[in-house]
Design a protein around this ligand. Structure first.
Ligand code: AMP
Ligand code: MG
Length: 392
């Protein structure tokens, strides 16, 4: 049995940052990371652009100017202004070379043919110069930038609609257990509703990983072997829920051995989630997660998360840890590391009730985990503890 720290190091070492690049239409690329730096192919704005509805003027000494025409957004004008001339100009319109400044409409008095300026005239007001936002050839966005609505908007404004992104991992989730049935069916005696597969799916969606396939099997050796073998072929990462302990009907470990999965660790000195398995076959990483739902979710965020972040080529792969003041006490009997469902707020952290690994209700009000290393078996009120911030 290895320690939590060794388990984390092992995953970091063995996680693949294969950084496969794929082309994506921008509008379908939300949540992906850019696979390369992007340089501006054009100036933004590409022409001198009016930032206001108003009057462009070629400055002279008087306050009154002669209006010679109008330019609206999208017009391809060929106006030239002499001193003392003005042109009505609308927001987004191209501003002629010899317009010195644009006076906002609200600060003018207009007659049929003239406009009187009611403010101090300052050159270059309300005109966005060429390349004000970014100039052609300048770096627009760096590699690894996460694509979000602002990124999509910015790149489209540069005329870019397709980008190279880092491929997201394909994930297979295998749920094991004779007792598990799908919601919608009535529960017979001894049955429970299957929740881990959708919980893990949701955790992946939450990280914007959408290429996920769920397989459900009974506690049966043949099905366990064939389903795991197939999932290893199909996916970058396989998450197996349940069946990894030492019970008579836990077939996952035996199946993994018979499939010659390279065992990197099995069993971690922790609570919950002691029977955690991590291994590799070819380039596929395999996690055997505990069946108890809260333990499965804790292992997802403490271990699987690292492997997912590595896949994207991130250097920071663990969830953020902070120090916080405990508002509750806790005592652990044995010498092992403990993850506690917790609620963190403004530097303080509460230990939630119902720490049992089967119980998810307390997880629904949790936003963090307290981590107690194996050499620390007690929290007293006002102690400083390590808190892992959950990403949801
Ligand atoms: P196991 O790790 O297979 O021994 O399962 C441990 C506990 O978690 C048992 O009480 C199972 O019924 C429960 N469990 C296992 N898999 C799931 C699942 N997919 N959804 C909900 N509960 C599960
Ligand atoms: Mg089971």
């Amino acid at each position: 049995m290895i320690s939590v720290e060794e388990a984390i190091e092992t995953i970091k070492k063995n996680s693949i940052s294969n950084e496969i690049n794929i082309e994506k239409k921008l509008e379908k690329a939300d949540g992906y990371l850019l696979a390369e730096d992007i340089y501006a192919p054009i100036n933004l704005p590409p022409f001198r652009q009016s930032a206001m509805d108003g009057y462009g003027i070629h400055i002279h000494k008087e306050k009154e100017y002669t209006i010679i025409g109008e330019i609206k957004a999208g017009d391809k004008h060929n106006y030239q202004l002499k001193k003392g001339e003005a042109i009505k100009i609308l927001t987004g319109a191209p501003v002629p070379e010899d317009v010195d400044t644009v006076i906002m409409q609200e600060n003018t008095m207009v007659t049929n043919t003239t406009v009187e300026i009611k403010e101090t005239i300052i050159p270059n007001k309300n005109i966005r110069p060429i390349g004000e936002q970014i100039k052609v050839g300048e770096i627009a966005l760096k590699k690894n930038t996460k694509i979000n609505p602002a990124v999509v908007g910015f790149l489209y404004s540069l005329g870019i609609d397709t980008v190279k992104v880092i491929k997201k991992p394909s994930i297979g989730i295998i749920s094991t257990g004779n007792e598990l049935i799908a919601p919608g069916l009535p529960l017979s005696y001894g049955e429970i509703y299957e929740s881990n597969s959708k919980m893990l799916l949701s955790a992946l969606y939450n990280l914007k990983i959408y290429d996920v396939t769920i397989y459900k099997i009974k506690d049966n050796y043949e099905d366990t072997v064939s389903t795991i073998a197939n999932a290893i072929k199909e996916h970058d990462i396989v998450l197996i829920s349940g069946g990894i302990s030492v019970g008579k009907y836990d077939f996952v470990y035996r199946a993994l051995q018979d499939l010659e999965v390279n065992e990197l660790f099995y069993k971690v000195n922790q609570k919950p989630g002691k029977p955690l398995f991590y291994g590799k076959k070819n380039e596929t990483q395999i996690f055997g997660l505990p069946g108890n739902p809260a333990a499965a979710l804790i292992c997802f965020y403490s271990y699987v998360y690292i492997s997912l972040q590595s896949f994207f080529g991130k250097s920071e792969t663990e969830l953020k840890r902070v120090q916080a003041i405990a508002l509750d006490s806790y005592k652990e009997k044995r010498e092992r590391s403990v993850f506690l469902k917790a609620f963190y707020e403004s530097g303080n952290v509460r230990v939630l009730e119902s720490q049992n690994s089967s119980m998810l209700q307390s997880f629904t009000t949790s936003n963090a985990l307290i981590y107690l290393p194996s050499n620390r078996n007690e929290i007293k009120i006002n102690d400083t503890v390590t808190v892992i911030l959950l990403p949801f």
